[in-house]
Design a protein around this ligand. Structure first.
Ligand SMILES: NC(=O)C1=CN([C@@H]2O[C@H](COP(=O)(O)OP(=O)(O)OC[C@H]3O[C@@H](n4cnc5c(N)ncnc54)[C@H](OP(=O)(O)O)[C@@H]3O)[C@@H](O)[C@H]2O)[C@@H](O)CC1
Ligand SMILES: Nc1ncnc2c1ncn2[C@@H]1O[C@H](COP(=O)(O)OP(=O)(O)O)[C@@H](O)[C@H]1O
Length: 273
């Protein structure tokens, strides 16, 4: 039986900077971007990761996307990679990496994921990096570690775990985490967070204002930003899902994904001891 996700479960585990903190030990997050026409999703995730407290955030992009990405970022940094090996080298310096938002439904995304899996970074795997493994989830699971996090919506979940949803969302998410050997965040009105050890939580503060393009990209960045700061993946996913819902509900009508990162500070202030 899943717990209801609530700040009482994880408030004490939230990362706050101390007097000796500097940007590098506050958590380094990378976000992989798609090509020149597909950079917005990674930028949304990166900004969310920075807002939730990661000290240093980089968008990692193909060379032809670099001028576009760089011209639309300030505190978030940019580095270009020309091959999966190049991405691996950049990711070695990261505590966590998000891959999938607008990454591209092509073999490059498969190879880039494999490259990231060779590093010590915790991976948040979303969107195209899930869809590209449609019908061959085992190939994805083989490269993941227990602390990695998959963030499918129901459509993506069905592609990677065909038929499992028939068990109901909670049971399906738990079974998926066991099969994949990592954490699974099954998104929806009641997002389920499941760990590979059998723990699960159902989120209670979802907001229908989140039904807008790019809000899932922001969630991936929030999870990445929290694991980069050293939070355990199960707690990081729980915190991120709750903050995401609280931010959306605070804004209400007219919310677009671009608004979400800048709503995070007020939510964090409310969680501060
Ligand atoms: N700013 C940017 O750059 C943004 C870029 N983005 C990027 O765009 C790329 C493609 O995104 P996408 O929306 O076309 O792909 P995806 O979500 O798989 O939908 C395909 C089909 O799946 C289904 N489906 C969808 N949701 C479902 C659900 N909850 N529950 C159940 N089913 C669901 C639905 O099928 P239908 O129900 O219509 O038959 C839908 O038609 C991807 O890389 C993404 O990261 C976006 O993040 C937005 C912001
Ligand atoms: N009706 C809803 N109620 C609560 N949360 C929702 C609702 N619709 C969508 N969401 C949330 O919004 C996000 C949408 O993510 P996703 O489908 O991946 O969108 P995108 O790919 O456009 O970023 C998820 O976190 C999901 O839980």
């Amino acid at each position: 039986m899943a717990e209801v996700n609530d700040p009482a479960l994880w408030r004490d585990a939230l990362p706050w900077p101390g007097a000796e903190t500097h940007k590098h030990n506050r958590g380094r997050l990378g976000v992989v971007s798609g090509g020149p026409l597909n950079t917005g999703a990674a930028r949304l995730a990166a900004r969310a990761g920075l807002r939730v407290g990661a000290g240093l955030v980089k968008v990692l992009c193909p060379p032809d996307a670099a001028p576009i990405v760089a011209s639309a970022l300030e505190a978030v940094m940019v580095e270009a990679f020309a091959s999966p090996d190049g991405l691996e080298t950049l990711a070695e310096a990261m505590d966590a990496v998000v891959i999938g938002p607008a990454a591209g439904l092509n073999e490059a995304t498969v190879q880039n994921l494999a490259a990231l899996a060779r590093t010590g970074a915790v991976l948040v795997v979303d969107a195209d990096a899930l869809t590209i493994f449609k019908g061959r989830g085992v190939d994805l699971f083989a490269s993941l570690d227990r602390d990695d996090v998959l963030t499918p919506h129901e459509g993506e979940f069905e592609r990677v775990f065909p038929g499992l949803l028939a068990q109901g969302r909670e049971a399906a998410a738990r079974e998926a985490a066991t099969r994949a050997g990592c954490h699974v965040v099954l998104k929806g009105a009641e997002t389920v967070i499941a760990a590979p050890d059998g723990r699960s939580r159902v989120n209670g503060n979802g907001s229908p204002w989140l039904a807008t393009a790019g809000s899932g990209d922001v969630l991936a960045g929030l999870i990445g930003g929290l694991v980069a700061q050293g939070m355990a993946s199960f707690e990081a996913a729980s915190v991120a899902v709750w903050i995401h819902g609280a931010a959306a509900e605070a804004f209400g009508p007219g919310l677009i994904a671009e608004d979400l990162p800048d709503l995070i500070p007020a939510v964090l202030r409310g969680l501060r001891p």
